[in-house]
Design a protein around this ligand. Sequence first.
Ligand code: DGP
Length: 115
Amino acid sequence: MDTSCIFCKIASGAFGTAFVHEDDAVVAFEDLNPQAPHHVLIIPREHVVSLSSASDAHDAMLSRLLRVAAKIASERGIAESGYRAVINTGPDGGQSVFHLHVHLLGGRPLAWPPG
Ligand code: DGP
């Protein structure tokens, strides 16, 4: 755990954040600033700065992040209508919180290409 990391604190339960999903490797919770009717963040419990920081040792965790995103989408009834799983990485990728996370966005048509 990185004690200066807001997502580490959330994952530890320090803020009492309601989890949409939790298991031994990942937790999921509502985004503070939702960009779609469904906007959930799925993060590893381990502090990994970004996708670029991940190694072979993180293969199972990375798989878990995406599988949990799909599970939540299914639970919310948006698997058929569609959704997007996004990992913003680094400055040009628009990453603002430097703890790896997947955005699950859905519930409305999502434009392409993104801004
Ligand atoms: P990114 O720009 O990809 O690093 O996305 C970070 C997201 O995290 C952004 O959509 C807002 C969200 N966020 C930032 N701080 C908090 C927080 O304290 N709680 C929650 N629930 N979401 C947060």
